[in-house]
Design a protein around this ligand. Sequence first.
Ligand SMILES: C[S@@+](CC[C@H](N)C(=O)[O-])C[C@H]1O[C@@H](n2cnc3c(N)ncnc32)[C@H](O)[C@@H]1O
Length: 278
Amino acid sequence: MKVLIYGAGMVGEQIYRNIKDTHEVIGFLDSNPEKKGRAVEGIKILGGPEALSGIEYDRIYIASTFWKEIKKALSSAGVDDDKMIVDIPEDVDSPVRNTFLECYAKLFAGTDLAVAEGGVFRGEFASKINRCFPGSKLYLFDTFEGFDSRDIKIEKMNDFSNPEIGNFSNTSVELVMSKMAHPENVEIHKGYFPETAEGVDDTFCFVNLDFDLYHPILEGLRFFYPKMVRGSVVLVHDYYHAGLKGVKEAIDDYEKEIGGKLIKLPIGDNQSIALVKE
Ligand SMILES: C[S@@+](CC[C@H](N)C(=O)[O-])C[C@H]1O[C@@H](n2cnc3c(N)ncnc32)[C@H](O)[C@@H]1O
């Protein structure tokens, strides 16, 4: 079966790895014009829906959390519904980010400084933080019920992204805790961030901000950055995500607030930026 994968990002790469032995993947599609002509795992990125004319294919796998918008765009380009397969793995993993975390944690071996994640979802990365920092208290912040309408309103008003109520609601505290190697170190803060951070007063050596949205990312920087030890990292996921513009905006606005540039290092996963505390 000849297939195309729509979404030349981490999700697309993961789907490619899942199906490449049973399907002939003839190309990737992506609406980001900057990606056109590049390749993922040696497979060419052909462009957006306009690239479909003249191509023979049996199925298009839609590999993006923006699958509804993509389905609409493909329908408008004349693609039949039964040719589209929405297949988003629940837990998207990045080997590069995992290696970064493992190597970074070695710099703090034996530490009892705290670590945290803002935006936990099903606890995939949180469980890795927990394993890599066995002596650290791990604070986890999430609604565990998906995006909050207050944040969604800000996204839509500013055209940062197009999230919906219900995105990321398929999780629970129990599920996340079941993945932890050192559950005794974990403190869950369930509810709306930053409200759930009230009363937390600790010093941190690693924080992963993966809220996806402008307001909680900005609040996460305001809350955590001053509490980081010198040389430690606030890792912000989705900095390079063209569909989540609020993430970069939040960092830009935080820089304006503090009146200076943060030290920024890309970690090589094409998604995250490491903010190094001065
Ligand atoms: C992309 S997911 C996190 C993925 C996760 N880091 C992983 O390893 O799979 C984003 C999460 O942030 C949560 N979130 C977004 N805004 C929030 C807010 N203001 N307060 C609490 N949680 C929030 C969402 O509910 C969602 O679970």
